[in-house]
Ligand binder design. Structure first.
Ligand code: MCN
Ligand code: CUN
Length: 780
């Protein structure tokens, strides 16, 4: 018993990295099938235009071209439109109009990828350009051209109105307030831009009718069911394989037209069809993120927040395709009261169509928690300036207190656990807050501008519970199937799908914790729908809260079987046995025991009469609640009065995601998330000109940070277990991107706040800071 079992809390090196580091991962583009054809997509150059005609004859005549697929052909198979996860419809290939630049218009299927690309230029589309709408405000003006005029009874661009909270109580709080602090801000449109773009290989076998689709999917099982429903294919004849994925970040949750057309083309032609999206296609047409225009108000009595009011207008692009599992139109945006005990809150949300790519829920979002967290943390800082209390202190005075958990927020969430002050205090201590405030004052006296920004975020991750959260009716549970082979090593199959998060390591560690089998002895398999139990996929940091729960429960069930077998082997009563990790022994006689390996071997060779052979189990876990990770981030910046440039001096990040399975992987998640949060605050932005042309269609215009731009991060932790999760873990995959943008922006605003600056819009570029410096007379 000398080798330590590397269960929870061990920074086990990532088991999957062996193949990745050797360049031996298998991404969909590595797969080459005999007779495989290649598909390319013709995209609309216009943001809004009527299609008068499409002439594909020149393209079809190009040697090597096998087929040109148009909207008309898709319509003949009832596939020109598909349903979205937000109960809207989305064009697969345009028939009547194009509604955003980059929209899919036609596809070429050819023997060779270069021929497929060349043939695109030979497709003649006659467009009649229409006025493009590029903001939701413009979209809702009376008389604005109706983008979705194909929908019966639709005569405006308004998509939804949605409210949460108690309006009357909130109005009362504002009437009784002695101060109201407000902020208007836009969380800009940005893009997850994973290293690997999207794509698929569809292989419909003409003999068996089986459709095997390798695709970049964060949710292969749900996608299989949706394929079955949309295409009318029998579900057992669809196999979705999500192979290794080169980053998802939410970009690979939706079903894209490319997948649908490639599958239809393979079905019609009888040969495999591969579609590889290029970078521009990815940036201009696939799930973008954010684009929320927010107006927030806090009611204050003295230094206490007594009410919150939010009006939000969201830009959903041309199709309402938010891929999120709640019945709430704006996802989980109503977590906007954050870490604070806000007695009354009311939020009103409206969504509008514009001539931009659809999406909105992507990029480490927790389903709009990112926008919510940004708004409350910006507002609280401004409230501190107005009340004249230090921003850290105002937070402290308004936090939900540890004895208030489980805490029901004014908008209806029940927070599971939190110790906000502890995380704040640790961050303040690490960053040396009191000294920094002194330094800031001294620097100011010398004409230098230092800023200190805080964000004490609370997230909500881990959907289900199934009765509250579903995708197209599919309840948000998740599953684990564990099978240990006779030699005591085995396979763990999951319904989720890692895109880089390290599942092959962390989920094996949960088995190690519960059964005492080393992580190296458990192979974790995900992504193949014919080979894994049903699950809803990996997004919104739900894998650990949900699939992680399933792994713990199935392991514990097997441990009970192990007890019965051990009792048989030791000729003892099961209740007389005691468990220590990896071994059952007779109480009071520790040398009389059987290791888990001996017990598993017996499950195949020497079972008691009446017991089923084998050592395997499956569990479908429906969590009783979400988990609510939290933390405090502190950022220190210096602003250059001559240029408006700002430089990050320190970033201290305290995260609490409950019990950490693998601290190294958690730190990796936080480091990546902070990098993305910094990038969103500082440089990442997808904009459009007035004709709806996408500015940011390539990585020269859409700036993502390299190691060079990325600041250094100092990480720390507190551990407040989730009381309802089997191993006390909360999700962590999105926290840093959710929490950190406000900390960065707060820091820059803080540097200028003494001169009255209260807002800077993301991305906070030097020209915006320069303008602010000039406005308040601080420019040099
Ligand atoms: N973990 C842990 N202890 C905890 C919580 C998590 O050790 N208390 C580990 C997990 O076991 C897992 C990783 O940290 O190996 C992330 O876990 P979790 O928070 O459950 O998130 P998911 O696995 O569901 O991943 C989704 C999340 C999301 S929504 C986005 S967006 C994102 C992110 O993960 N996309 C990523 N991180 C990413 N990291 C990489 N490399 N690539 C992406 O596409
Ligand atoms: Cu919204 S990005 Mo993650 O949930 O896949």
């Amino acid at each position: 018993m000398s080798t330590e079992i590397r269960g929870l809390g061990h920074s086990v090196k990532r088991l999957e990295d062996e193949r990745f580091l050797r360049g031996k991962g298998q991404y969909f583009d590595d797969i080459k099938l005999p007779g495989m054809l290649h598909m390319s997509i013709l995209r609309s150059p216009y943001a809004h235009a009527r299609i008068r005609s499409i002439d594909a004859s020149r393209a079809s005549a190009l040697p090597g071209v096998v087929a040109v697929v148009t909207g008309e052909l898709m319509a003949a198979h009832n596939l020109a439109w598909m349903p979205t996860l937000s109960a809207d419809t989305q064009a697969v290939l345009a028939t009547d109009k194009v509604r955003f630049q980059g929209q899919e218009v036609a596809c070429v299927v050819a023997e060779d990828p270069y021929v497929a690309a060349d043939a695109l230029e030979l497709i003649d589309v006659d467009y009649e350009p229409l006025q493009a709408i590029t903001t939701p405000q413009q979209a809702l003006e009376p008389g604005a051209p109706v983008i979705r005029d194909e929908k019966e009874g639709v005569d405006s661009n308004h998509i939804y109105h949605w409210e949460a909270g108690d309006k009357a109580a909130t109005d009362r709080a504002f009437e009784e307030a002695d101060r109201v602090v407000s902020l208007d801000t836009h969380y800009p449109r940005c893009h997850p831009a994973p290293l690997e773009c999207c794509g698929c290989i569809a292989d419909v076998n003409p003999a068996t009718g089986k459709a095997t689709v390798w695709m970049t999917s964060q949710a292969p099982h749900a996608h299989r069911t949706l394929f079955a429903i949309v295409a009318g294919l029998p579900e057992q004849k669809i196999r979705i394989i999500s192979p290794d994925i080169g980053g998802g970040f939410g970009n690979k949750v939706p079903i894209y037209p490319g997948y649908v057309v490639a599958t239809a083309a393979s079905l019609l032609i009888g040969r495999p069809v591969k579609w590889v999206e290029d970078r521009t296609g990815n940036l201009i047409s696939t799930g973008f993120a954010r684009d929320f225009h927010m107006h927030g108000e806090l009611a204050l009595k003295g230094d206490r927040i007594t009410g919150m009011r939010v009006k939000m207008l969201s830009d959903n692009g041309a199709f309402f395709s938010d891929a999120q599992p709640s019945k709430f139109k704006a996802g989980l945006f109503h977590i906007v009261t954050g870490s604070y005990d806000v007695p009354a809150a009311h939020i009103e949300c409206d969504g509008a169509y514009t001539n931009k790519a659809p999406g909105g829920v992507a990029y480490r979002c927790s389903f709009r928690v990112t926008e919510a967290s940004y708004l409350i943390e910006r507002l609280v800082q401004n409230a501190a300036y107005e009340v004249g209390v230090d921003p850290a202190e105002l937070r402290r005075r308004n936090f939900i207190q540890p004895d208030q958990f489980p805490y029901e927020s004014a908008t209806g969430f029940v927070y599971d656990s939190g110790e906000y002050e502890k995380a704040l205090d640790l961050a303040l201590e690490k960053v040396g807050y009191a000294d920094l405030r002194r330094e800031q004052a001294e620097a100011r006296a010398q004409g230098r501008l230092l800023g200190i920004g805080l964000a004490s975020f609370t997230e909500v991750v881990g959907a289900g519970p199934g009765k509250q959260y579903d995708i197209a009716g599919l309840r948000m549970f998740d599953s684990a199937e564990l099978r240990i082979h006779p030699t005591g090593k085995g396979v763990l199959k999951l319904g989720v799908r890692s895109q880089g998060q390290g599942h092959e390591t962390t989920f094996a560690q949960i088995v190690a914790e519960e059964l005492g089998i080393q992580p190296e002895d458990i192979e974790v398999q995900e992504g193949d729908t014919d080979n894994t139990p049903y699950g809803l996929g990996t997004y919104a940091s739900r894998s650990t809260p949900v699939a992680g729960g399933a792994v713990a429960v199935v392991s514990r069930q097997l441990r009970e079987k192990a007890r019965a077998i051990a009792a048989h082997l030791l000729e003892a009563a099961p209740e007389d046995l005691e468990w220590e990790r990896g071994r059952f022994f007779v109480k009071g006689a520790p040398d009389q025991g059987k290791t888990i390996q001996e017990i598993v071997f017996a499950a195949y060779t020497n079972i008691p009469d009446g017991m089923e052979a084998g050592f395997e189990g499956v569990h479908y876990y429906d969590p009783p609640n979400m988990t609510f990770p939290f933390g405090t981030y502190a950022v220190v910046v210096e602003v250059d009065r001559g240029t408006g440039q700002w430089k990050v001096l320190r970033v201290v990040a305290v995260d609490d995601c409950g019990v950490r399975i693998n601290p190294m992987i958690v730190e990796g998640q936080i480091t990546g998330g902070l990098t993305e949060g910094y990038a969103i605050a500082a440089m990442e932005l997808i904009t459009f000109d007035e004709d709806g042309n996408c500015i940011g269609s390539n990585l020269m215009d859409y700036l993502i940070p390299t190691a060079w731009e990325t600041p250094r991060f100092e990480l720390a932790e507190t551990v407040t277990p989730s009381p309802h999760h089997p191993i006390g873990a909360k999700g962590v995959g999105e926290s840093a991107t959710v929490g950190s943008p406000a900390a960065f922006v707060n820091a820059v605003v803080d540097a200028l706040a003494h001169a009255g600056v209260r807002n800077l819009e993301m991305p906070v570029t030097s020209d915006k800071v320069w303008a602010a410096l000039n406005e308040v007379g601080l420019a040099e």
